[in-house]
Design a protein around this ligand. Structure first.
Ligand SMILES: *[C@@H]1O[C@H](CO)[C@@H](O)[C@H](O)[C@H]1NC(C)=O
Length: 209
């Protein structure tokens, strides 16, 4: 909230839903915040490895653009804080036709186990595209870690985005640092009653049942 990456109000999302909160990870762009965020990503990944939910992997993939700083700083934190050594990679939004060419930058994902980092997903379209990109380049996606899970049902009103992704990459392999419910607990602690009420109404309408 201090950098307005999290805002409360009334926001129309790409899905058409009118949300009482909005998360803009592009504003998580100061040294202290990146330090906190990369630590949180690294801890989430390290816990997922310890519990064997995710197998030992080789590459963190951060889809362009917002995933790039997150994957690079998370790879750094995994090494400095957990002694876990992985490479990182990202894609270009537009393929380059000169120099080294191609769409991918960073370590090769070919024949590698890959974890994708994301900020927040609603429909999961961007993550599905990232899974496809990694596959096309010969990698296997063994996990997805997002900063915030909005915990919403899909357009059909039943399925969850997380469940749909787990159908693709394996049960129990999608993780998040924070969930919508964590935000609600935090609002309650802060005594932000109006915001909490709007969140509750949104949750009743679109939250996972
Ligand atoms: C860090 O990991 C390497 C490779 O797995 C291991 O050889 C080394 O002992 C570890 N260092 C510490 C401080 O745990």
């Amino acid at each position: 909230m201090s950098v307005e990456a999290l805002k409360f109000g009334s926001f129309t999302l790409k899905s058409g839903r009118v949300s009482p909160y909005f998360f803009n990870a592009g504003l998580l762009s100061t040294g202290p915040i990146l330090a906190t965020l990369s630590t949180a990503y690294a801890t989430t990944i390290s816990n997922a490895l310890s519990s064997k939910a995710v197998p030992t992997f080789d590459v963190l993939f951060g889809p362009a653009y917002k995933g790039i700083p997150f994957a690079s700083t998370a790879a750094l934190a995994l090494y400095t804080q957990h002694n876990i050594s992985v490479g990182f990679a990202y894609d270009r939004k537009e393929a380059k036709d000169h120099g080294e060419g191609g769409k991918m930058v960073g370590v090769s994902v070919e024949g590698k186990k890959v974890v994708i980092l994301d900020d927040v997903m609603t429909s999961g379209k961007a993550v599905r595209a990232a899974i496809e990109t990694v596959k096309q380049h010969g990698g296997e996606v063994v996990g997805v870690v997002q900063a915030l899970d909005r915990e919403e049902v899909g357009q059909d009103g039943v399925s969850s985005t997380v469940q749909e992704l787990e159908d693709l990459i394996g049960e129990g392999r999608v993780f998040s640092i924070l969930k919508m419910r964590d935000l609600m607990v935090w609002l309650e602690k802060k005594g932000m009653k109006g915001e909490l009420e709007s969140m509750q109404q949104y949750w009743d309408k679109y939250g996972l049942k």
